[in-house]
Design a protein around this ligand. Sequence first.
Ligand code: A3P
Length: 299
Amino acid sequence: MARLDVIERFHGISFPGHLHTQDSLQSALNFPFQDTDIVIVSYPKSGTTWMQQILTLISSRGDPHLSQTVPNWTRAPWLEHYYFAMLLEASPLTPRVITTHMPHHLLGPALQRSKAKVIYVSRNPKDVVVSFYHFHKMANFFPEAGSFQEFLNSFLEGTMQYGSWFDHIKGWTSQTGIMNNLLHVTYEQMTMDLPGTIKKLSSYLQSPLLDHEVDNCVKQCSFSSMKDNNMSNYTLITEDILDHSKGSFLRKGKVGDWKNMFTEELNQYFDGVFKSKMEDCNLEFVWEEKHKVETQADE
Ligand code: A3P
């Protein structure tokens, strides 16, 4: 099933037909979650693959074997992809780790029927849109990216594939006080303090790790280690689908890379739209890299 040019419209949101069908999207909304399930929820380009890697390593208590032998999409399959059931069956992780990009207004009801532990991963939207722009250039299942300005417009209008970033983040994070099984983790927290974030996640998952296990997780989850690992760097995907000559999935892995794409004018435009759309949301964002906790993996 290539369907590289097909777009599936579902509840007003576009999804790549290469990965989704109407049936697979509808099945996601009716999925019978188990109380033991761990669910990664994110808008694309927010650090999803990084979280899949972290949860694999927590589940393996720092042992790299699964993260080096099983692709990330089998370890933590996407709920709404058409081959989800097959991959879930093949996933070696217990408890099961399931990934989704679905917005809260669609998936919330299915999750409320279980005590599955949800981890919402977010990233500052300027870095998200830049990362997504570069990914569109290499992924042949997305429409042409066009100019960065056009892409940014469509991101701010919420008309791009996977829907509005604003609806996604506001929908999920508005649940933090309501769903007691939801933990919000940011890309910037992972960047600035990976060991601390791994400890926090392992406690939340009631599987606290020993210090040396945390160190082993950190090593396998560093940008360089994931970039060299073909079970997490997407090089197993063939050129007709992901054109590796046009870029890398693990591209830069930085906080604040947006500054290389945004002109002063675009930045002002973004800030204006951001301010009005986020008026009803008091989340704080980190827009540039600050003090980072040094780890052995950085040396
Ligand atoms: P960049 O394009 O800015 O480099 P997702 O998995 O949600 O699609 O997100 C992909 C983004 O996460 C890419 O961002 C990728 O490089 C980054 N990423 C993945 N693993 C990472 C890691 N270990 N450290 C830092 N960034 C990582």
